[in-house]
Ligand binder design. Structure first.
Ligand code: ADP
Ligand code: MG
Length: 557
């Protein structure tokens, strides 16, 4: 056939396919979730675009996913009436341009072993999970719109794929999986039913399974096929809280994020009044591999149940970028654009509310489940701390959520607990910057504080120096760096006397040192803060910390 083209897979995709075929043995069933999720995305895209281009629906408005097992042929077909793909989209999306996540996925699997195949969808390479169960896959697709040609993409994943013209009466995509000999269980009606319930119940479109029904007796007996809806196909967040079980929330979260672990916490709310919207927000247990990439922000934005955007970053500040979930607004227009989102008063109001709800959720988690909160803090604390520096509005609430190591004992403390332990006469909350607990624990800067029995917070996260600038005080107590030259402590009578004597004796030595070190220091002072060490470096007013300077040096700035 002259019209058949052969294309080579991009190198990384080849590697990925080899891995999928040869090394991943567990959780093969997740292929169904991935393909159903792609079908659902395609339906969402069509619904969204048809708001402004109704002709795309071609008069056939049904948005559905069909699962068609065929025992004779040994195939399972996943079919949708979604946006479809053109010739070029088939070539590009399914083979020649590797998603940025493919390399990360390869790395993760080689580092952590096979058990995390479940995460494949998070890396944007879900389609290739087809080859967990199929040795040949063909995709027949027709893009929505009049007079478009249908195309068939076929591959046995051995380095290349072919594309040729095909027949297809309606828009959408069919994925035909030729199941491997030992994967025929995925033709079984009950197996498919239970997989949909487990993984895809919350897909917003009906998933219909083709089943065989036998009717009549004796000679009149006949078998026909029927399509049966097997998922709930309704927006979970629109139901009332009392009707939703914890398991349902957890499954919805997994469906939304492709995460394999349940979330640490969630909050579900509906606002009335000025802005009518529903929010369902989740706190993941572990940070995703690309927590700091700009595409990874935001929640799913719906307008009156229609999916508008997968990752709408305008709904949350940058320092809450780890929050996942759904916002469904009644007030935004269906054809809302990015530009409009950026300066919409409705969006501002939603964002404010969503931020508050998220902080409330964190506060509650910290109070009710300190263990889980610690897990959260380890994964996302550094991101949350960014909020201190950039967002004055929430400082007080954020202050209550902070956790630091301290000189008291191993483990984390909150500022509130620190304050409750403050000594009589102690005026401030003291802290020290450093690379690790080990690096600061014997710091000479702490001697005078330790002597008074004052606790010192260990700020050992690189972001602390910057973030803590936004934290001047907590519960009316100022935060003071133990490294600062002007650290003023209450003096005992005895100390005063000692100090005077020492200053007299050490004055000439200090002068001499200043002469010798004149290019390197601004000043040499007799200090009253050291008890065991002979000297220490301190930061003059307006200077930056030695630790920070080292950090900048290491990064070559
Ligand atoms: P992701 O879904 O994260 O983008 P996948 O590997 O699952 O990654 O899919 C790759 C791409 O192939 C999708 O982004 C989409 O453009 C296209 N695609 C896959 N399945 C379909 C489908 N049923 N209809 C339309 N496009 C699809
Ligand atoms: Mg996908």
């Amino acid at each position: 056939d002259t019209q058949r083209e052969t294309h080579k897979f991009q190198a990384e995709i080849n590697q990925l396919l080899n891995l999928v075929i040869n090394s991943l043995y567990s959780h093969k069933e997740i292929f169904l979730r991935e393909l159903v999720s792609n079908a659902s995305d395609a339906l969402d895209k069509l619904r969204f675009r048809s708001v402004t281009e109704p002709e795309l629906l071609e008069g056939a408005s049904a948005l559905e996913i069909h699962l068609i097992p065929d025992a004779e042929k040994g195939t399972l077909t996943i079919e949708d009436t979604g946006i479809g793909m053109t010739h070029d989209e088939l070539v590009k999306n399914l083979g020649t341009i590797a998603h940025s996540g493919s390399r990360e996925f390869l790395e993760m699997v080689s580092q952590r072993g096979q058990k995390d195949v479940n995460l494949i969808g998070q890396f944007g390479v879900g389609f290739y999970s087809s080859y967990l169960v199929a040795d040949q896959v063909s995709v027949v697709s027709r893009a929505a719109g009049k007079d478009t040609q249908a195309w068939r993409w076929t591959s046995d994943a051995k380095g290349s794929f072919t594309v040729e013209p095909a027949e297809r009466a309606t828009r959408g995509t069919s994925i035909v999986l030729h199941l491997k000999e030992d994967q025929k269980e995925f033709l079984d009606e009950w197996r498919l039913r239970s997989l949909v319930t487990q993984y895809s119940d919350y897909v917003n479109h009906p998933i219909k399974l083709q089943v065989k029904k036998t009717t009549g007796e004796g000679d009149a007996k006949k078998t026909e096929t029927q399509l049966e809806v097997v998922n709930k196909a309704s927006a979970l967040w629109q139901r009332s809280k009392s009707e939703i079980t914890d398991e349902q929330y957890q499954e919805f979260y997994k469906h939304l994020t492709h995460d394999w672990e349940p979330p640490l916490a969630w909050t579900h709310f509906r606002t009335e009044g000025n802005q009518v919207f529903t929010g369902l927000l989740f706190l993941p247990k572990q940070p995703p591999f690309d927590l700091n990439s700009p595409q990874q922000r935001g929640v799913r934005l719906f307008v009156k149940r229609v999916l508008i955007m997968d990752r709408c970053e305008e709904m949350l500040p940058q320092w809450l970028r780890f929050v996942r979930g759904v916002v469904d607004s009644d007030d935004l227009p269906l054809n809302v654009s990015r530009e409009l989102l950026q300066d919409s008063a409705v969006v501002q109001a939603i964002r404010k509310h969503v931020t508050k709800k998220t902080l409330d959720m964190l506060e509650k988690l910290a109070k009710d489940k300190p263990e889980d909160y610690r897990t959260f803090w380890q994964g996302f604390g550094p991101v949350l701390k960014e909020g201190l520096a950039v967002d004055t509005e929430h400082r007080e609430k954020l202050g209550a959520l902070l956790r630091y190591e301290s000189s008291r004992e191993e483990g984390l403390t909150s500022l509130a607990d620190y304050v409750s332990r403050m000594k009589e006469g102690q005026k401030a909350i003291y802290y020290v910057f450093g690379e690790s607990r080990k690096a600061v624990v014997d710091s000479p800067h702490l001697e005078a504080l330790k002597k008074r029995g004052y606790e010192v917070l260990y700020m050992t996260d690189p972001v602390d120096e910057w973030a803590s600038q936004g934290l001047r005080e907590f519960q009316g107590k100022p935060l003071v760096s133990a490294m600062h030259a002007d650290l003023k402590l209450e003096e005992t009578e005895e100390e005063k006397r000692e100090k005077e004597q020492r200053a007299k004796g050490l004055g000439p030595l200090a002068d001499r040192m200043k002469e010798v070190l004149k290019e390197h220091v601004r000043e040499v002072r007799v200090s009253d803060r050291l008890t065991d060490s002979p000297c220490c470096l301190v930061v003059p007013e307006g200077g930056s910390h030695a630790f920070v300077e080292r950090l900048l040096r290491e990064r070559g700035r």
